[in-house]
Design a protein around this ligand. Structure first.
Ligand SMILES: [Zn+2]
Length: 81
C-alpha cells in the first residue's frame, strides 16, 4: 500500500516539473488508465487537477510556483496516452 502512495506522489511530482514527453506517458498508478490533467491559473494562483479516466483517483495541487513546462506544448488540458 505504501508503494502505491509513493507512486501517486511520483505522478504529482512529475506533473509539476516534467516535460511534455514525460507527462504524456503517465498512467494512473492504481488502475493503469490514462489521466486527465487540467492546469488553471488565475490572478496569482496556479493549480493542477489530476483525474484518472476511471475515476479511481483524483487530486488537486494548489500553489504551484510556476507554470509546468508541458503547458506550452500541450495546453491547459490534456489526456495521457
Ligand atoms: Zn485509476
Amino acid at each position: 500500500m505504501k508503494k502505491q502512495f509513493d507512486n501517486f506522489e511520483e505522478v504529482e511530482k512529475t506533473l509539476i516539473q516534467g516535460s511534455a514527453n514525460t507527462v504524456s506517458s503517465l498512467r494512473c498508478p492504481s488502475c493503469g488508465s490514462p489521466l486527465v490533467v487540467t492546469y488553471t491559473e488565475f490572478s496569482d494562483k496556479r493549480c493542477l487537477s489530476i483525474k484518472c479516466k476511471k475515476l479511481c483517483y483524483r487530486s488537486n495541487i494548489d500553489g504551484l510556483k510556476e507554470e509546468p513546462p508541458w503547458v506550452r506544448s500541450l495546453g491547459n488540458r490534456f489526456e495521457t496516452n
